[in-house]
Design a protein around this ligand. Structure first.
Ligand SMILES: Cc1ncc(COP(=O)(O)O)c(C=O)c1O
Length: 397
């Protein structure tokens, strides 16, 4: 039988967060229970979408608003997003706002609209693997810039600058960060904006975790300057606890992005629209308060504190308390010649605890990093820490 070849560039496309879940499914198929600390979905645990937003979507469906929406989003949603950003201090017109199927689709459309094959983009490492995957699809080059675990996962501006090549077009900033949970302050953000201004880069500001911080949020990048092209990504998924609705958006800040805006429009026209009824929750969400965020962060703080103190009490394990989101990167001292993926798979197969190896986010396999999602209740986190402790003890014998 002839085998149909698949596209060579897709071989570079991996998404460790879901790829590793296949191994967990095998274990569950054997009738064993798996504690899933691998995926950043609050709705899988004891968090719920604010009822007023559910009402808005149900009402839209009951009112027969089940048609194809305009490609760039329903006008009331685009207007609400633009008004909210403008009031915040990041002025934007509704015509520069696009509603998409999650921030994921916005990120893909923006990169597709901007890049030629061979162009490059600076991405934080460890970083969110969607960027790696899209750049592989576009035959574009990923130029990682390192976040330093010894310096609270901050970037080194000189290293970023040294990584810029002749075809580098943009820099990705994820704040608060996935997978480190780090929160960068205004000074770091201004440093990156200055660099982008000097070197003619577009800033891709991924702010899907914006309100999910333990102290004040860091400023949105588009509120800090008005002379740097910024494409900001946001979403209902995390900040409004509605991952499965697939509603996100992007806003384009600066007139130099007009050509990109036209290209994004063409891309979005061709895919018709993002799901219509959930878009009706956007104005309600943006007009509502942040009670659901305060409630979520209160519970997450307890979970984070438990995880950080338990992990740091295990000899050979280290992590830093994250400032936002719901992820932590923990480092395990590995014996020479072993990899983070082997450790994570062993933890899964012997203890039934699913985490994601740091190399899935671009870390060196020998460095022993793993990303842990601390969304589950404290009993689950405590059981997972017991399991990590036993596995580390076994590995250090
Ligand atoms: C940094 C980052 N950006 C974007 C996304 C995608 O979010 P959405 O559900 O809006 O597509 C995620 C999801 O985990 C993320 O962590």
């Amino acid at each position: 039988m002839i085998s149909i070849p698949s596209a060579e560039r897709i071989g570079r496309l991996k998404y460790a967060i879901r790829n590793i879940a296949a191994s967990a499914a095998e274990i569950e198929a054997q009738g064993r229970k798996v504690l899933r600390l691998n995926i950043g979905d609050p709705l899988l645990y004891d968090f719920q979408t604010p009822p007023a937003l559910v009402e808005a979507v149900v009402q839209a469906m009951r009112d027969g608003k089940n048609w194809y929406a305009p490609s760039y989003g329903i006008p009331v949603a685009r207007e609400a997003i633009a008004a909210s950003l403008t009031a915040y201090g990041a002025p934007v017109a509704p015509s520069s706002v696009f509603v998409t199927s999650g921030a994921s689709e916005a990120i893909e459309a923006a990169l597709t609209a901007m890049l030629e094959p061979g162009d490059s983009v600076l991405t934080p490492t460890p970083g969110y693997p969607l960027y790696t995957a899209i750049l592989a699809k576009l035959n574009a080059e990923e130029r990682p810039y390192r976040l330093d675990p010894g310096a609270h996962w901050q970037p080194d501006l000189a290293q970023i600058e040294a990584s810029i090549g002749p075809r580098t077009r943009a820099i990705v900033v994820i704040n608060p960060n996935n997978p480190t949970g780090a929160l960068w302050g205004e000074e770091t953000l201004r440093g990156i904006l200055d660099l982008a201004r000097r070197r003619g880069l577009v800033v891709l500001a991924d702010e899907v975790y914006y309100p999910l911080t333990y102290g004040p949020s860091a400023p949105r990048m588009a509120s800090l300057v008005d002379d740097v092209p910024i494409i900001a990504f946001d979403s209902m998924s995390k900040a409004y606890l509605a991952t499965g609705w697939r509603v996100g958006w992007m806003s384009l800040h600066h007139a130099s992005l007009d050509g990109v805006r036209a290209a994004i429009s063409r891309i979005l026209d061709a895919r018709l629209c993002s799901p219509t009824p959930p878009q009706f929750a956007i104005p309600v969400a943006l007009a509502g308060g942040r009670a659901h965020v305060d409630d979520a962060m209160g519970r997450l703080r307890e979970r984070r504190d438990l995880l950080v103190s338990r992990l740091n009490a295990i000899p050979g394990v280290w992590c830093e308390a994250p400032g936002g989101a719901f992820y932590i990167m923990a480092k395990v001292e590995l014996p020479a010649g072993r990899t983070d993926e082997e450790f994570v798979l062993d933890l899964l197969r012997t203890e039934g605890v699913l985490t994601v190896h740091g190399s899935g986010f671009g870390m060196a396999p020998k460095d022993g990093w793993m990303r842990i999602v601390y969304l589950p209740p404290v009993e689950v986190i405590s059981a997972a820490c017991d399991a990590i402790e036993r596995t580390v003890a076994r590995w250090s014998r």
